[in-house]
Design a binder for this molecule. Structure first.
Ligand code: DQA
Length: 144
């Protein structure tokens, strides 16, 4: 079965406890389950990895080059300054979907820049947990 990689960046392991007024009360596992179900609808297996450090995310994206059909990534705060993630994604040949629960453009100015957006096929932002399903549907479409 073909596989899609979902990467979660720093602090997303705290979802459910962390700033629920912004990120909701669901846990990361809840969001991952929504993505897994959507992937199964399209005949894909979704593999999820969460890291709190940039280097591990870069290594995972490098590994993805030979393993996964596409990458969905919520890089957390690294979205805004993680240039090594930008470069690693630029070297990945398949589709890349950038995903955020909140809408960073409607928040503090430092969140308005995404270094991932320029190397993403598309971005899904501000739609909460529903975005995890949408990202998988968009990925399946991009892989057709
Ligand atoms: C986030 C938005 C980022 O600005 C923030 O640092 C996060 C979560 C989101 O999903 O809304 O950790 O990526």
């Amino acid at each position: 079965m073909k596989q899609i990689l979902l990467i979660s960046g720093p602090n997303l392991n705290l979802l459910g406890e962390r700033e629920p007024e912004i990120y909701g009360e669901s846990t990361l596992d809840d969001y991952v389950q929504r993505a897994e179900s959507a992937a199964a609808e399209h005949g894909y297996e979704l593999i999820h990895r969460q890291y709190n450090d940039e280097g591990s995310i870069v290594e995972e994206i490098q590994l993805a080059r030979s393993t996964y059909s596409g990458v969905i990534i919520n890089p957390g705060a690294l979205t805004h300054y993680g240039w090594s993630i930008h470069d690693a994604l630029a070297a990945f040949e398949g589709p890349v979907i950038e995903l955020h629960l909140s809408n960073p453009n409607a928040r503090e100015p430092w969140r308005h820049t995404s270094v991932v957006a320029p190397v993403a096929t598309g971005s899904i932002i501000g739609l909460g947990g529903y975005g995890y399903e949408l990202a998988v549907h968009a990925m399946a479409d991009a892989l057709k």
